[in-house]
Design a protein around this ligand. Structure first.
Ligand code: PGA
Length: 241
């Protein structure tokens, strides 16, 4: 299976910057031997969708509400995202868990995203304290179970992102990534589920190929480096060679 390079642009770019950068992904996509996806901020979705038209780069969103029906001021529904052309939606990113999102809410979001025909990208990962206490597997297992406990056959992606490695420039040791990805894979297999499992957290041009070579790593979820034009070009060049 081709690796997935998933760019999470968070709140880093203006809409104009997002459209310009999306065009450079689109121009290079054909030369890259990986699947590319971009999740811009909500306000940039339409412009980025236009910039990606005709290319193989998939559009994603960074979050979604858990219900398509009714009146929910300030929310963006999966139905609205599907209509704009999104194919992936991140659920349970640690920056949202930090704002109080629970496993139960994340499970509802994942189900709602899948019900509208999109692929949820479920983020899981432990805090620094949890790793220091060697409880990372217990934490990740609980996060997986909450969402996949009653999952049937809709496609989904898992992103393992140790919370202490996100946006910190302090990447996870490849041997620790390997151990956790093997653990996640075994949990999926127990449930007869197949999914791509991505690694995320301070991935950049200097470590991209190292992570992609780790067993059971099916791609990467990249924040900061995926928004910096020079680093993007460097990473796409590496994927082209
Ligand atoms: P980072 O973010 O690459 O800036 O660490 C990863 C993420 O999107 O969670």
């Amino acid at each position: 299976m081709r690796k997935l390079f998933f760019a999470n642009w968070k709140t880093y770019l203006s809409d104009t910057e997002a459209e310009t950068l999306a065009r450079s992904y689109a121009e290079r996509a054909a030369a890259v031997s990986a699947d590319l996806a971009i999740a811009p901020g909500f306000t940039a979705l339409e412009g980025v969708a236009r910039a990606l038209e005709g290319s193989s780069v998939a559009l994603g969103a960074q979050d979604a509400f858990w219900n398509d029906e009714g009146a929910h001021t300030g929310e963006v529904t999966p139905k609205q995202l599907a209509a704009i052309g999104a194919r992936f939606v991140i659920v349970g990113h640690s920056e949202r868990r930090a704002l109080g999102e629970t496993d139960e809410l994340i499970a509802r979001k994942a189900a709602a995203v899948a019900a509208d025909g999109m692929t949820p990208v479920l983020c899981v990962g432990e805090t620094a304290e949890e790793r220091d206490a060697s409880s990372q597997e217990r934490v990740v297992q609980a996060q997986l179970e909450a969402v996949l406990g009653s999952w049937t056959d809709a496609p989904f992606v898992v992103a393992y992102e140790p919370r202490w490695a996100i946006g910190t420039g302090r990447p996870c040791e490849p041997k620790d990534v390997e151990a956790m990805h093997a653990f996640i894979r075994s949990k999926l297999e127990e449930r007869n589920l197949t999914a791509r499992v991505l690694y995320g957290g301070s991935v950049d041009p200097s470590n991209l190929m190292t992570y992609l070579a780790v067993p059971n790593v099916d791609g990467v979820l990249i924040g900061g480096a995926s928004t910096k034009p020079a680093e993007v070009l460097a990473m796409l060049d590496l994927l082209a060679s």
